[in-house]
Write a protein that binds this ligand. Structure first.
Ligand code: NAP
Length: 274
């Protein structure tokens, strides 16, 4: 499995399974099947309500804990130093784990809330409850403010990124500071149909004998972006993982870059209200 190295030396698999909207036995079965198919990175969050099922699948997979990379996230309502510290411990209890590999602030709040939560995450990191820390849905200004006080440069920024929202400027900004960009909704989430019907992607998929989702994921992989496609379907879980046996050439990449429309399917982090 291809891996990337985060700014603290921790290795993170280059592709993982997302679990947003996966519930109960569907979440359990998806995670178990993914791990049996070779996935080693699983992305969950306290708000997904599936940490217990994810944890159970991890235990039942028979794969050693140290060979897996588990991400969970601090929910918006749990911002603040003490709440953040408690929140990770509750997530660990639900997961049945002693530590996670990556803990992220799920959505930014006010700068002062972000700072307090992040300080708690730094302490959780020093105490060994997480091997890496980071943020999610942070844009330039959130990162700039956070970096003013941060003792640890976030290892990851997880943001919506796909063929229609390529975030190349945000990626450049992050890379310069040692922050790894991770793509959520890499298949455009609920708008997957748009990806499946895109003519340029279909043409490139046909050329390589691959599917449109595989082209979308390979594009991110060649841009050095970690992607976490979600599927609950065994065949599609395997399909999304089969992207390491072909390469997009310069012409393909140029055409795929031209599809960028800065089109978001999730809320704007500056207008995220519960
Ligand atoms: N940090 C954040 O704020 C945030 C926000 C959103 C998501 N995330 C994370 O990122 C992960 C991925 O994002 P997402 O779940 O929103 O969207 P996504 O992975 O872009 O797309 C998932 C959708 O595509 C379908 N699908 C998956 N593989 C397919 C394939 N090969 N062919 C056809 N359809 C396919 C899935 O249906 P089936 O299940 O039926 O296959 C599902 O409807 C999440 O699960 C979550 O872990 C994080």
């Amino acid at each position: 499995m291809k891996k990337v190295t985060l700014n603290n030396g921790v290795e993170m698999p280059a592709l993982g399974l997302g679990t947003f909207r996966s519930k109960d036995e569907n979440a359990y079965n998806a995670v178990l099947h993914a791990i049996k198919s070779g996935y080693r990175l699983i992305d969950t969050a306290a708000i997904y309500g599936n940490e217990e099922e994810v944890g159970r699948a991890i235990r039942d997979s028979g794969v050693k804990r140290e060979d897996l990379f588990i991400t969970t996230k601090l929910w918006w309502a749990d911002h603040g130093y003490l709440s953040a510290k408690k929140a990770l411990k509750k997530s660990l209890k639900r997961l049945g784990l002693d530590y996670v590999d990556l803990y992220l602030i799920h959505w930014p709040k006010d700068y002062s809330d972000n700072k307090d939560s992040y300080q708690a995450m730094e302490d959780l990191y020093f105490e060994g409850y997480t091997r890496a820390i980071g943020v999610s849905n942070f844009s330039f200004h959130h990162l700039e403010h956070l970096l003013e006080d941060a003792e640890i440069v976030p290892q990851v920024n997880q943001v919506e990124t796909h063929l229609y929202l390529q975030n190349y400027k945000l990626q450049e900004f992050c890379m310069k500071r040692g922050i790894y960009l991770e793509a959520y909704a890499p298949l455009m989430s609920n708008e997957i149909k748009t990806l499946l019907q895109d003519e340029t992607v279909s043409k490139i998929a046909k050329k390589h004998g691959k599917t449109n989702p595989q082209i979308a994921l390979r594009f991110l992989n060649q841009r050095e972006i970690v992607a976490i496609p979600k599927s609950e379907n065994a065949q599609r879980i395997e399909e999304n993982f089969a992207i390491f046996d072909f390469e997009l050439d310069d012409e393909d990449m140029k055409e795929l870059f031209s599809l960028n429309k800065a089109k978001k399917t999730f809320p704007d982090p500056d207008n995220f209200l519960i």
